[in-house]
Design a protein around this ligand. Structure first.
Ligand SMILES: Nc1ncnc2c1ncn2[C@@H]1O[C@H](COP(=O)(O)OP(=O)(O)OP(=O)(O)O)[C@@H](O)[C@H]1O
Ligand SMILES: [Mg+2]
Length: 362
């Protein structure tokens, strides 16, 4: 309870607990001691306005209110103001509720909502892309087959027709490559799974990675000795890692560091599609660069096919969509963390086969 001067006249035991003072330290002091410094200057005039027309109402509707504990910790609050008339003038009873937990829950729900929205968007994009790619593939099979028949027939009389045939063959081969990439995104490509160790695969790629990254970028490997085995298509996994490394190189034009880490892992609730996936062990491949990082918009679209920020002729925007499709088709998931100026981290989780271990030194 406070008077019109803003002095605390009475507190209950919950107020002592919430703010960390005992009542003797509070009574007689200014109420401003319980709010963060930056709100203090305005408070007396707001109090004056309230006492001018004192009615029961919530305080500061629409704005975020904060309390300050004795040890300097801020916490979000909701405050109800209830004036009462006494012989010594108007007194205000302020009921202050610590809403930290509610705010935490709201934030967690927001993150979960975004994850669901993102997953649905990728799912429908996958269906759409897969449908088109599938039909396109059938049409291309007919075109390529017939071009082959014409080529083998020996009935090509002029050089002009021969060049036209070469050009058509080249064009349809490009279209077939594109279709394959789109089928990859929509989790419909043919996988040739084998039992493998992330550590062994990465070690085998080190030379190629060093060449790809160039001289200005250092490569650091932190391969956990106890990483389990996974079952996936080795060449598609190599391709995924290469795509990520090329993106990292592009994001570090002035040099930097690419770190590859392996570990055993579990999924957290926002990534596990099923309850079952929460319990199952995974192996994780983490790739971190010290590059430019991504804006929120880029982050949200990075895995979509044809999304690129690299300008015409520089990127097709299919690299990460293939990584996404491939890892999901392998029963895993990809996580992306990236902030402008702070670099980028990709985490690729693959279902762990068993506790069998192929040591990093293999
Ligand atoms: N490591 C990274 N750092 C910063 N931005 C990145 C990184 N990786 C991807 N991106 C962003 O995500 C976009 C999509 O990446 P993706 O690999 O799918 O396509 P691309 O690299 O533009 O083209 P492509 O891989 O087909 O040649 C990139 O254009 C870039 O904006
Ligand atoms: Mg790329």
């Amino acid at each position: 309870m406070t008077n019109h001067l803003g002095n605390i006249v009475l507190v209950n035991s919950q107020a002592e607990v919430t703010f960390g003072y005992n009542r003797n330290e509070l009574i007689g002091c200014r109420i401003e001691m319980l709010i963060p410094e930056r709100f203090r200057a305005n408070h007396p005039s707001l109090r004056g306005a309230f006492f001018g027309h004192a009615t029961s109402r919530p305080m500061g509707v629409g704005s975020d209110l904060f309390g300050l504990t004795k040890d300097g910790r801020e916490f979000p609050v909701e405050i109800g103001l209830n004036p009462i008339e006494t012989e010594t003038g108007t007194i205000v009873i302020s009921s202050i509720v610590d809403i930290s937990e509610r705010k935490r829950l709201e934030a967690r729900l927001r993150v979960a909502d975004e994850a669901v929205h993102q997953a649905r968007k990728m799912e429908s994009l996958g269906h759409l892309t897969g449908g088109i790619a599938h039909d396109f593939n059938n049409a291309l099979t007919i075109i390529i087959g017939n071009l082959d028949i014409v080529r083998r027939s020996g009935e090509i009389k002029t050089q002009r027709i021969q060049l036209a045939l070469q050009s058509a063959t080249h064009g349809s081969a490009n279209a077939a490559k594109l279709t394959k990439q789109l089928l990859g995104f929509s989790r419909q490509q043919k996988l040739d799974p084998e039992r493998l160790s992330l550590n062994v695969l990465i070690k085998g790629m080190t030379g190629m990675l060093v060449l790809t990254l160039g001289t200005g970028i250092s490569l650091e490997l932190v391969l956990a000795e106890d990483v389990g085995t996974i079952s996936t298509d080795a060449s598609l996994l190599e391709n995924a890692l290469l795509n990520i490394a090329i993106n990292a190189r592009d994001a570090m034009p002035d040099g930097g560091r690419l770190k590859i880490v392996t570990s055993n892992s579990y999924l957290d609730a926002s990534d596990a599609i099923t309850e079952d996936a929460l319990q199952r062990p995974f192996c994780c491949l983490v790739v971190t660069d010290t590059g430019s990082g991504m804006t929120k918009e880029t982050r949200e679209k990075a895995f979509e096919p044809f999304f690129t920020t690299k300008g015409i002729g520089k990127g097709t925007g299919l690299g990460l969509s293939q990584v996404y499709g491939f890892v999901n088709q392998s029963g895993g998931c990809v996580q992306l963390e990236s902030e402008i100026g702070l670099g980028t981290t990709f985490r690729l989780h693959f279902p762990r086969l068993d506790s069998e271990v192929i040591p990093a030194s293999f």
